[in-house]
Every structure is written in structure tokens, then in C-alpha cells.
Ligand binder design. Structure first.
Ligand SMILES: Cc1cc2nc3c(=O)[nH]c(=O)nc-3n(C[C@H](O)[C@H](O)[C@H](O)COP(=O)(O)OP(=O)(O)OC[C@H]3O[C@@H](n4cnc5c(N)ncnc54)[C@H](O)[C@@H]3O)c2cc1C
Ligand code: SF4
Ligand code: SF4
Length: 944
């Protein structure tokens, strides 16, 4: 096949690690959360300004178009390309906080939530607060002028960014905080600056235009360019900097930005109040604007209906009449007196507005989260119940407060008339900004025509009838580009076109976006959404799952796995096949299936609750041949023999290392691993040795009323719970666990026939479902018996196994992992002495899912002086035994661990297998938290 000359040229500019040109990478990395699909020819990952300049100069010279990408959560089709896609890599994830966090500089690749975590210790946060903040990055937040629930007009990037480093299309770097850089720029780009000043003159000189711009920007508005910069600023560099905000990558690259941050008051109160109709809710907007209100979130009856059956929702939701609406009002202050005064003020100002329930604020954390869960769950719930193969479109309009009630009435009428009567509506009341979701079927002409008709009518209603904005927060993209002229009128639109022309004369920066004269653009290049698999059909390709996925920097993210799978499903269907063939799956098995840790972390972040790991397990299950199945059945039936075999083999390399030294043995083992080509596991000094067998069933302490516990040592710790390098002088994990329970005065009961027991997780994660069910049943019976049908607590020494047990065993069993058992039962019974140590903790995926972080932190903090939890470290990627065969997954997942452990000298966690990978990547020895608690309590007692 003939190679595209573009790829050849790029490969001369960037090394292969930074350049992706294979069809799978181009398809999957080229996806954003919008409705549209373009597949880039190449994806280039840049890590510093010099690389950006190199690529932009190339694009400028060769007239090759380029689209910048941050987190790809955009909804209007502005982060896709059919040419070059440029991703900002880890080199852009730096932060500098100044003035106690009052100002902060972030690289364009920093996630919004990471920035806010860093600012939290100064009670500060970023002004822009999009709902996607956990995933969205600084570059995308600024370039979309994103905002959210709290004062999006006042606190958006336009009003809170103080300076930027910008790289223009010709490769010029402008630092707006640096006087010299500004002066140089004024000279080198005299013509450009002159053009901007000319445009300003035209705007200022025409009162009608100037007033129109100022009036329209009293509302949130991301439709077209931020031409208010021409009104608000005199200096061409200031104008340019503010035009960059909301420019969606069409005017230049934002390398970093300095924000003035906003105060985040710690005391919060909220009220959820119901009204007979949307009009009454809208009557609160003007009085609330004069109060100290941090968020006022409106929800219509469809939105409330979407969540009312969910667990933990306020029961009154179900009784609300048709047409009712709700408002969530949030206020915050630094002290109780101020908070109370703010609440009284709100109550007084809303006293005359009819409500279905009295206005009552709460500071109770449980009720506070319950009310916010109503608001946060509605989109999720609505999107999750839509039919397969429909798109999920979130619209985003804004109206002036005075006419909001009438506008929303007409909007609802339009939705019903055009067949979208199930649309869910919610919004940020203070800004008059309303979102609604519609679920059109864009796989066929009829669905597309209906959507096009709706959009035409929507633009009439918003722009002509109510002078509102067509895109308040989400950016123009391809979706609104055909309507920009309608919204602004031909003269202001011509100014916008001129801005694009002078800043990007070749039109290479994200062409087609923001400025586009094709009236049909918004229904072109639509994504196809096939019904591919019930486990993933609800995916909206938002990318919220990407940040925590351990394989994100190695192969694929969950979103990318889904995009790849959907593509396969569609291609196979187009070829007349009902199912994806084994050959098609095999061709992409390594990125799609083999390097997925199946930890299910993606589910936690997913707004529609998709666990991509489940899909991967299904694929593994479908692929197993008869031999693999027979082998799994044999292992499941001979667990005792298998664990005994491992116990015998595992100490041998450690004994050899005493003679050869660990370094030499590891080199040999690495060689064998390579020769084994996937059949032999990788052995390192951190691979555990075997545990000693536990002979007794009961370990009794003196005293009739000694508490009793059932201890289930997992098959992992029974076989490979022994010491490895860095464990000098320590016993294996089961022995240490018994020692600790004894010190706390517990009589310990072990289940009968424990040698054959296993929770089934290892079989399940490999897709051996039948064998997994068998092991689950056996364990269930044994634990019910040992615990007297759940009367006694059961503790297991591996958190992933414990999570699996909680998901599959009899609910009567009271199941604890080592952390929660120590926390709930042992801390008060042990004599702990704080050790003068700094230790690093690793929160495993199962601990995250069981919400054990706080408990792990409290347990460790009871034992040592300082505890560190490395930031930006999620799943370790070891995935049971996958790390033995795919160590690159572990290496990639823990890329930032070494930096994150800071001055810690020891590491602790609650999963023996994860601890292998953590030790390999950190330079510390990670052990079970049981060892730390045992060390901080009295001298160990040896049983075995
Ligand atoms: C479920 C859901 C909810 C959302 N809620 C909100 C919300 O409440 N409020 C809101 O405003 N938005 C919301 N969004 C839209 C989107 O998440 C935000 O606009 C977000 O800020 C985009 O950030 P990103 O990092 O994903 O940017 P990307 O999508 O990667 O990029 C956004 C644009 O910026 C350009 N760009 C990226 N980096 C740079 C750079 N360094 N320099 C110049 N240009 C650059 C890109 O080319 C693109 O045009 C939501 C999206 C989803 C899926
Ligand atoms: S299960 Fe884990 S590795 Fe697999 S896609 Fe989800 S987060 Fe990524
Ligand atoms: S799996 Fe969930 S979080 Fe990930 S892209 Fe799909 S909908 Fe978004």
C-alpha cells in the first residue's frame, strides 16, 4: 500500500513513540464526546513548546491542517480532525501556585480536578467549573470557555485568566505576562495587531454593534468568537489573549495559563425546593441574583422523573404533580454566622414566590449529598435509559433572566412538537443557562431530518424570539457553526471571519470549526452508533473513564476500547456477518483485551455506569478453547495441590539469589521471560516466596468471652504470601495476620478444607465463568459454616478477593478485608506506638470501590508519623497475575509512582499481588498494611 507522504514527513519530525498512524490509534484517539466522526491521518503527542512550534511550523509551511486535543470531552465536534491531531502530553502537566493559591499557573494538560486538589489546601479553586472537570484539561477548559454550576459568567476563563503563553500558527511564542515578549510581538506582528485594533475601532465606533456585543455577553455565550474582547480591551495583546478564550483551537495553541483563583468557602448549606411549574422557578432568578448564592440548579419534571426511582432519592419526588419543577440552592461561607445570615436573606427574598414545599436549608452532610445526588444523577439516569443506537445530545442555551420562564415554556412546547417530549431539562438558573438532552436516532435519514428540523426551529426560538445564546458553555464546534451568523448578524460575523483570517491566514488550525459557511455542516460526518453489545451500548463516548484507566498510556482507554469494538461490530455487520469474528478480535487482541486489567475502575467515573472490563471478560470467555477450559477446570478441582506446588517452587529462586545475587538472577529470568514469549511469567526479587501451610483450624486465646473471627487466607496468600526481597526477618502474611489477631485478643477460626478454597475471582477475570461459580459456591458454604451462618465476622487478607466475595457470596456473611477489620475491630484493642517513619500507601481499585481510602489512611496514621498517598496513581495494572505476563501494563500504569512517594521509605497496601508491581516500580518494598500494624504493636507472636 502506498504510504501517505504526510506520514513520512511527520516521521522525520517526531520519533515513533510520539507519532501514531495505525488505523486503530487514529480511529480511537480521534474520538471526542460529540456527534461527529472524522478520522485523523496521524496523531502526534507533543510534550513541550519546542515540539508544538516544530509541528505548527510544518503545518503552516505545508498547509496541513491540525487540531489540538486536551481530554476530548467536547460535545460540539470541535476536537476531531481528518488531518493531524495534536495531543498535549505529560510535559504539559506542571503547576505553580503563587500568593497562597490566589494565583496559579497550570500547563494546558493539567486536569481541572487535579488543579482544584492542589488549590484546596488554600481554600481556593478554579473559577470555571464544568461538570466534566474531573476529566477536562486546562487547555480545553480555556479554549471552550467552559463553565458550570457556579456563576459561569463571572467566574469563567474570560474573567479569571490573567496571562497565557500562546503559540501562534507561524510558530511564534507570545508570553502575555512578559513585557519583553509583548513588545517583541507588537513589532514582529505589527500587521496582525493593527488588524485587531482596526476591528476594535469598527466595533467601538458603531454604538449599535458595541451594545449588541455587550448585551449578548451579559449572558453566557460560546457561540462564535469572544468578540467582547474587542470592546473590553485596548491593547492588541490583551485583545488577542481574550480572543483565545473560547477559540476552540482555531486561533492558536495555549501552552499554559495563569489564573486568578476563586475562594472556596468551606461551610456549605443547600435546599431542595419544589414549584408547581417552571415559570415559578424562573421567578426566583432576579431575587436570587441579589443574594450570596453559589449555585441554583433548576430541574424540570422529566429530570426529576429520571432519578425518582433511584436508591437514596428524596421520597417526595415521586409525589410531585405533572409539570412541577425543582430548584437546588447552594450557599457557602467561612463561618456559621455568615452562613445563617445568607440563608435568612435568601428566605426573605423568596418569601413571596409560591412553592410546593417550604424552603429549608440543610448543613447535614448526608442530606446535602442526597440533594446534590438528585442534580448529579439526572443526566446519567436519563442517558442510561435511552434506547440502544440512539445518540445522546446535550443542548446548551441561555436566556435573559427576565424572560426565562416564557422561553422555557416555548422550548418545552417545541420539544413536544418535534417528537422529543422525553427530553430532560436542567440548568444553571443564575446564568439563565439551560441544558436539555435529546436522543435522536442518527443512523437513518428520518432521524437526521427530524434533528435538523428541530435545530432550525431551536435557532429561531433562541435567537429570533428571545435573543438568547445558542451555545452557552459547550462551544460552537461543528454543531453550531452554521448558526453563528444567525445569532450575531452578518456584520459581527464578518468581524469573526476577519479574526480567523488574520490569525490563521492559511486556515490550517481546526478548519471547519466555529467559522463555517456550510449550512448543512451540523448534520454531516455524523457518528454511526451501532447496537454492538448490551454492556456498552449506552456509552456516550464522553471519555470520563479515561483518567484512571491503567492502560491509558500503553494501549487503549475504556472509551477507545468501546470505539474500537463498535467499529468492529459495524464493519462486520456491513460485511453481512451477525457476529464479530474471532479473527477480527484476534487482530486487535493485545490493545483491546490482553492489556485490560479488568479492574472496573472505569465504571466509577462513567456517567452511565459502564464497566468496560466486563466486556473484556466476555471476550475472554468467548475465546477460550477446549484445552484452556479443561485446564481451568482441573485447577479449580485441585486447588490444594496447586497451592502446595507453588509453596514448594516459589522459595527456590530466592534461595538461588542468595548465591548468585538478585541482580544476576533477575537478568537470567528476564531472558527466560523473553524466550518464553508469553508462556513463562516474569520473576523478579519482588515475586513472593511460598507461605508455610497453616495446620490448625482454630487459634484460641485465653478467656471465655474472647471475641471470635473467621479468617479466610486467600489462595494467593496461602500459596504466595511469603517474604520476598525487602521482607528480611518477616514471616509470611497469614502468620502475621494470625499474630495481629492474637495480639488483639481474638480467637481465630479458619474454614474447613481451606486448602481447596478460592473466591473465584481469578477464574472470573479470565472469563472462566463456570469454574468461578463453582469456587464461589464452595467458599460460600465453608464460610457460612465457619461463621455460624454469618454470626461471626469474616476477614480476608486480599482486598480484591474480598470485593469479589462481597459481590457474590451470601449477604448474611459479614465480610471485611484486612483494612476494614483492623479499622473497625482492632485499633481500639491494640497498643500502637507511632513509629518515626514516612510511609506511602496504595489504594487498590477494590479499596476505591469499597470506599476504604479513609480507613486505610486512619489505620496507617495510627502507626506512623507521616503518610503519603501519591497523587495521580490509581490502578497498579498488576491485575491478579497479568503483571507476570504483561509487566509493561504495570510499568505504564505506575509511571508517576516514583515521583509521588516523595520521602516515604516504606510502602503499604492490602493486596499481595498489587504489592509486587508497586515494589517493582517504586524502589520501595510494598507490604500488606498488616505488617505495619503488627510492627507498631507489641512484639510479634509466632504460631506457625
Ligand atoms: C457529560 C458532559 C458534561 C459536560 N458538562 C460541561 C459543563 O458543565 N460545562 C461546560 O462548559 N462544558 C461541559 N462539557 C463539555 C466539555 O467537557 C468542556 O467544554 C471541557 O472544558 C473540554 O475540555 P477538554 O479538555 O475535554 O477539551 P477538548 O475537548 O480536548 O478540546 C476542546 C477544544 O479546545 C481545543 N484545545 C484543546 N487544547 C488546546 C490548547 N492547549 N490550546 C488551544 N486549543 C486547545 C480543541 O481543539 C477543542 O477545540 C461536558 C461534556 C460532557 C461529555
Ligand atoms: S477495566 Fe480497567 S484496564 Fe480495563 S478499560 Fe476499565 S479501567 Fe481500563
Ligand atoms: S464508558 Fe462511560 S465514561 Fe467511558 S466514554 Fe463511555 S459513557 Fe463515557
Amino acid at each position: 500500500m502506498k504510504r501517505d507522504p504526510l506520514i513520512l514527513q511527520l516521521s522525520q519530525l517526531f520519533p515513533s513513540e510520539q507519532l501514531h498512524t495505525d488505523p486503530l490509534s487514529c480511529l480511537t484517539r480521534g474520538t471526542d464526546a460529540g456527534l461527529y466522526r472524522l478520522v485523523p491521518k496521524a496523531v502526534v503527542r507533543v510534550n513541550n513548546e519546542e515540539e508544538v512550534i516544530r509541528l505548527l511550523r510544518f503545518c503552516y509551511r505545508e498547509k496541513r491542517s491540525v487540531t489540538f486535543r486536551a481530554a476530548g470531552t467536547s460535545l460540539s465536534g470541535q476536537t476531531i480532525s481528518d488531518s493531524i491531531l495534536m495531543e498535549a502530553g505529560p510535559g504539559f502537566t506542571f503547576t505553580t501556585l503563587t500568593d497562597n493559591g490566589q494565583t496559579a499557573t497550570f500547563g494546558c494538560g493539567v486536569r481541572g480536578s487535579v488543579a482544584n486538589r492542589q488549590l484546596a489546601r488554600f481554600s481556593r479553586r478554579l473559577g470555571p467549573k464544568p461538570a466534566s472537570i474531573n476529566t477536562a484539561k486546562i487547555g480545553g477548559i480555556i479554549a471552550n470557555n467552559a463553565s458550570g454550576s457556579s456563576y459561569g459568567i463571572r467566574h469563567n476563563s474570560y474573567h479569571t485568566v490573567r496571562s497565557m503563553r500562546i503559540i501562534l500558527v507561524d510558530g511564534t511564542l507570545l508570553d502575555t505576562a512578559d513585557k519583553e515578549s509583548r513588545n517583541t510581538f507588537l513589532t514582529s506582528h505589527r500587521e496582525l495587531c493593527g488588524e485587531l485594533l482596526q476591528l476594535r475601532k469598527k466595533v467601538i465606533g458603531n454604538p449599535e454593534i458595541r451594545d449588541r456585543i455587550s448585551r449578548k455577553f451579559e449572558l453566557k455565550n460560546t457561540c462564535g468568537y469572544g468578540v467582547n474582547a474587542l470592546v473590553d480591551f485596548e491593547d492588541p495583546v490583551d485583545i488577542l489573549q481574550h480572543l483565545m478564550i473560547g477559540s476552540e483551537g482555531t486561533l492558536g495553541f495555549i501552552s499554559q495559563a495563569t489564573f486568578e483563583t476563586v475562594h472556596d468557602a468551606p461551610l456549605k448549606a443547600t435546599a431542595l425546593v419544589y414549584f408547581a411549574n417552571l415559570h415559578d422557578v424562573c421567578d426566583t432568578i432576579l431575587p436570587l441574583r441579589s443574594c450570596e448564592v453559589h449555585a441554583a440548579e433548576l430541574m424540570d419534571r422529566n429530570a426529576l422523573r429520571a432519578v425518582e426511582q433511584m436508591e437514596g432519592m428524596p421520597p417526595e419526588l415521586r409525589q410531585l404533580p405533572e409539570g412541577a419543577a425543582a430548584l437546588l440552592i447552594d450557599t457557602a461561607a467561612d463561618n456559621r454566622d455568615t452562613l445563617d445570615a445568607q440563608i435568612r436573606d435568601i428566605e426573605q427574598k423568596l418569601a413571596q414566590i409560591p412553592m410546593l414545599t417550604p424552603l429549608r436549608f440543610t448543613t447535614d452532610p448526608a442530606l446535602y449529598s442526597c440533594y446534590w445526588n438528585v442534580r448529579n444523577g439526572l443526566f446519567t439516569s436519563a442517558a442510561a435509559t435511552r434506547p440502544a443506537h440512539t445518540a445522546c445530545i446535550i443542548e446548551d442555551v441561555a436566556f435573559r433572566g427576565e424572560i426565562l420562564g416564557n422561553a422555557l415554556g416555548d422550548l418545552r412546547e417545541l420539544l413536544v412538537r418535534t417528537g422529543y417530549d422525553n427530553a430532560v431539562m436542567w440548568g444553571h438558573l443564575l446564568d439563565g443557562n439551560v441544558h436539555f438532552t435529546i436522543f435522536p436516532d442518527i443512523n437513518n435519514h428520518e432521524g437526521i431530518d427530524r434533528y435538523a428540523h428541530f435545530m432550525e426551529e431551536l435557532s429561531e426560538l433562541v435567537v429570533v424570539s428571545y435573543e438568547g445564546s445558542l451555545k452557552a458553555e459547550h462551544g460552537t464546534g461543528r454543531n453550531m457553526a452554521p448558526f453563528v451568523e444567525k445569532e450575531w448578524g452578518s456584520e459581527i460575523y464578518s468581524f469573526m471571519k476577519r479574526i480567523k483570517q488574520v490569525m490563521d491566514p492559511q486556515g490550517v488550525l481546526n478548519p471547519g470549526v466555529v467559522i463555517n459557511d456550510d449550512p448543512q455542516l451540523f448534520i454531516q460526518n455524523l457518528k454511526r452508533i451501532p447496537a454492538a453489545h448490551p454492556l456498552i451500548d449506552k456509552c456516550i463516548e464522553c471519555g470520563f473513564c479515561e483518567a484512571t484507566c491503567p492502560s491509558k498510556d500503553l494501549t487503549l482507554t475504556p472509551r477507545q476500547r468501546i470505539v474500537a469494538y463498535r467499529h468492529l461490530a459495524e464493519s462486520e455487520a456491513a460485511a453481512g456477518r451477525k457476529k464479530i469474528t474471532a479473527a477480527a478480535l484476534k487482530a486487535i487482541a493485545y490493545p483491546l483485551e490482553e492489556t485490560c486489567a479488568t479492574d472496573g475502575l472505569c465504571r466509577i467515573a462513567c456517567p452511565v455506569g459502564i464497566d468496560t472490563g466486563q466486556l473484556v471478560k466476555e471476550l475472554r470467555w468467548q475465546q477460550h478453547g477446549r484445552i484452556a477450559n479443561a485446564l481451568a477446570t482441573f485447577i479449580a478441582g485441585h486447588m490444594g495441590e496447586m497451592t502446595a506446588l507453588l509453596r514448594t517452587i516459589l522459595p527456590l529462586p530466592h534461595a538461588m539469589a542468595k548465591v548468585t545475587g538478585y541482580g544476576s538472577l533477575e537478568s537470567i529470568m528476564r531472558g527466560l521471560f523473553r524466550v518464553g514469549n508469553g508462556l513463562l511469567p516474569l520473576w523478579t526479587r519482588h515475586t513472593p516466596s511460598g507461605s508455610k501451610p497453616i495446620r490448625d483450624h482454630r487459634f484460641t486465646v485465653a478467656g471465655e468471652d474472647a471475641p471470635r473471627v473467621v479468617y479466610f487466607p486467600s489462595c494467593i496468600t496461602r500459596s504466595m504470601g511469603g517474604p520476598s526481597a525487602g521482607y528480611e526477618g518477616l514471616s509470611d502474611l497469614p502468620a502475621t495476620m494470625l499474630s495481629l489477631l492474637h495480639k488483639a485478643g481474638y480467637t481465630v477460626i479458619l474454614p474447613e478444607e481451606r486448602d481447596k478454597l478460592c473466591c473465584g475471582m481469578a477464574f472470573n477475570s479470565k472469563g472462566f465463568r463456570k469454574q468461578a461459580r463453582r469456587k464461589e459456591q464452595e467458599l460460600n458454604e465453608a464460610l457460612l459454616k465457619a461463621s455460624n451462618n454469618g454470626a461471626l465476622p469474616v476477614v480476608c487478607d486480599m482486598s480484591p478477593c474480598l470485593l469479589h466475595m462481597r459481590e457474590t457470596l451470601d449477604p448474611r456473611l459479614k465480610l471485611y478485608d484486612q483494612v476494614s477489620f483492623i479499622h473497625d475491630f482492632l485499633l481500639d484493642r491494640l497498643h500502637l506506638v507511632k513509629l518515626p517513619l514516612t510511609v506511602a500507601l496504595h489504594v487498590t481499585c477494590s479499596s476505591t470501590k469499597m470506599d476504604l481510602t479513609g480507613q486505610l489512611l486512619r489505620v496507617a496514621s495510627s502507626c506512623v508519623e507521616k503518610v503519603v498517598i501519591p497523587e495521580d496513581v490509581d490502578c497498579c495494572g498488576w491485575a491478579g497475575d497479568r503483571g507476570f505476563f504483561y509487566p509493561e501494563l504495570n510499568r505504564s500504569a505506575l509511571g508517576s509512582l516514583k515521583k509521588g512517594i516523595r520521602d516515604a521509605t516504606e510502602g503499604y497496601s492490602n493486596s499481595r499481588t498489587c504489592e509486587i508491581g508497586l515494589s517493582m516500580q517504586s524502589g520501595l518494598t510494598y507490604k500488606s498494611i498488616v505488617y505495619l500494624v503488627d510492627k507498631a504493636s507489641e512484639e510479634p507472636v509466632h504460631f506457625i
